[in-house]
Ligand binder design. Structure first.
Ligand SMILES: Nc1ncnc2c1ncn2[C@@H]1O[C@H](COP(=O)(O)OP(=O)(O)OP(=O)(O)O)[C@@H](O)[C@H]1O
Ligand SMILES: [Mg+2]
Length: 282
């Protein structure tokens, strides 16, 4: 049985079907990718899994239990942790204080033992942001702030990490280090479910990938299988090879300016990848 099972989840916002009968899983010890064009429903799926969004239909099972009606804090307590596409750290606190607050919340809500300063610093070290420990969170670079989000998430010692565009703002070297960290976290037995637009990162760290398009899972499988899937190529580029997309996607990946500007369905010429404002497509 998978640690996480998303079972025929539907989310409708008025007339918009954001998630459409989505079924996918995430396993302990593995990095799983959840990818798809802007507006495909990835963040909405995360909201359903973490309990922020009630699905119109469908179920979420976690660790052998139907958690569909469970409030957010109880899901956290059972081991679901997440980071957000929009950064959530407290800007006026230092990086270290932010992680300590996350620990305190974990203690209060999750009943974990309060960590010593050493534990907090170990988390900073682990995600590679020790040099920023005493900086205010609103003064650090975006990539560092994303690593801070990860440290805050790890403070709750989750079994499942939901990471929404975690590498946005990291440079190439930092992204490589981050990829290794994800593999380590998975090797410890955690399940990682990652929404990410940097295709180099996705293809190099994910054991399995689920592809969403217009709210539906259009492909699931290993990186090679997904990369070569015609439906996936069409969803991203209209027709072309995902390889072309890899380089552009990696360089421009951030929550604000990531994404593939999808061509019209009938388009048959190769189109350049154009960074957009990050808004979902219509
Ligand atoms: N609270 C909401 N109310 C109405 N529509 C919403 C709401 N949240 C999301 N949507 C719509 O649902 C669809 C899926 O949005 P979602 O944010 O899940 O996409 P995404 O795959 O995370 O996109 P991106 O890659 O841009 O982050 C979009 O059409 C979006 O406009
Ligand atoms: Mg999103």
């Amino acid at each position: 049985m998978s640690l996480l099972e998303v079972d025929h989840v539907v989310v409708q916002f008025g007339g918009v079907t954001a998630v459409n009968e989505a079924c996918f899983t995430a396993e302990e010890g593995r990095v799983t990718g959840l990818i798809g064009p802007n507006g495909a429903g990835k963040t909405t799926c995360f909201n359903v899994i973490s309990g922020l969004q009630k699905p119109t239909r469908g179920k979420v099972r976690f660790d052998g239990r139907n958690v569909s009606s469970m409030p957010v804090h109880r899901r956290s307590k059972r081991g679901i942790g997440r980071t957000f596409q929009r950064l959530e750290a407290f800007g006026s606190l230092t990086v270290r204080e932010n992680v300590r607050v996350a620990h305190d919340i974990a203690q209060g809500v999750l009943g974990l033992v309060r960590p010593s300063k050493g534990d907090v610093d170990a988390l900073l070290e682990r995600v590679g942001i020790t040099a920023y420990a005493d900086e205010r969170a609103d003064s650090i670079p975006t990539g560092t702030a994303r690593l801070l989000e990860l440290a805050r998430c790890l403070a709750g010692d989750p079994k499942l990490l939901l990471l929404d565009e975690p590498s946005s703002g990291l440079d190439e070297t930092e992204t490589d280090v981050f990829g290794d960290l994800l593999k380590e976290l998975a090797a410890e037995g955690r399940a990682i479910l990652m929404v990410e637009h940097d295709m180099d990162l996705v293809m190099s760290v994910c054991d399995e990938i689920h592809v969403l398009d217009f709210g539906s899972v259009i492909a699931s499988g290993g990186p090679q299988l997904v990369r070569n899937d015609p439906a996936v190529q069409k969803a991203y580029l209209g027709y072309s090879d995902l390889d072309d997309d890899v380089h552009h996607g990696a360089s421009g990946s951030s929550a604000e300016q990531t994404h593939v500007d999808l061509p019209a369905v009938e388009q048959t010429q190769q189109v350049p990848m154009v960074p957009t404002s990050g808004e979902a497509r219509p």
